[in-house]
Design a protein around this ligand. Sequence first.
Ligand code: MN3
Length: 254
Amino acid sequence: MNRRKWLQQAARYTTGLVAMGFSFRSLAQPYVLDFNTSPFDTQNLEPLKPKSMPFELPALSYAHNALEPHFDAMTMEIHHSKHHAAYVNNLNAALNGTAHEGKSLEELMAIISTLPAAVRNNGGGHYNHSLFWTLLTPQASTKPSAKLEAAINEGFGNMDGFKEQFTKAAMGRFGSGWAWLCRTENGLKICSTANQDNPLMDTEKANCGGYPLLGLDVWEHSYYLKYQNRRADYVHAFWNVLNWEAVSRRYEAG
Ligand code: MN3
């Protein structure tokens, strides 16, 4: 091997090491590397995209104390700014750098059986709470639309019949979960899911599939400060802050 060839090989070897070192550094410090000022020659490397944080905590459209005395201010504040925020952050972390980054919540729910538990728990948590906040209102005595009322009467006899069956689903969920009213091809359906599962998940098709019109969080974090062990009182209070106009809009859009 002549001197010129040897130098060429050494140069290639060094480039390879630099490239490897570069990769390891970027793995170890994904958020602080500034590639624009990197001293390394990056011409043979894939350009690295900045880390995206696609999901964000939605703001509430009312104050934390707006639903008093039915839902108390401290529960609302912790529930939204701590519990829901954690689902958003954990979901972003679970998706970061995977092929599923950039998918919508609905797209994730539809293939949830193939995704890791962290995506199922936190993606479900983000979807369910984002919906839940829009179903609550400080406005008293909202009413279902004529179309939704007709569907409720057809499915459950009347509004009292609906509330009775929905309360049964909420009370019957052992441990943490949600009670749901869904629109299906065969009319309205009441069901419940465990943990942060929801009716959009492919895992729920048989038990609780459909388009969720209304969901009630029955995790203890949603009522314990005010109601302690009295979940029935919390479910009863829910009817006072439920926004039937929002439920009606979902019914007519779905
Ligand atoms: Mn919750």
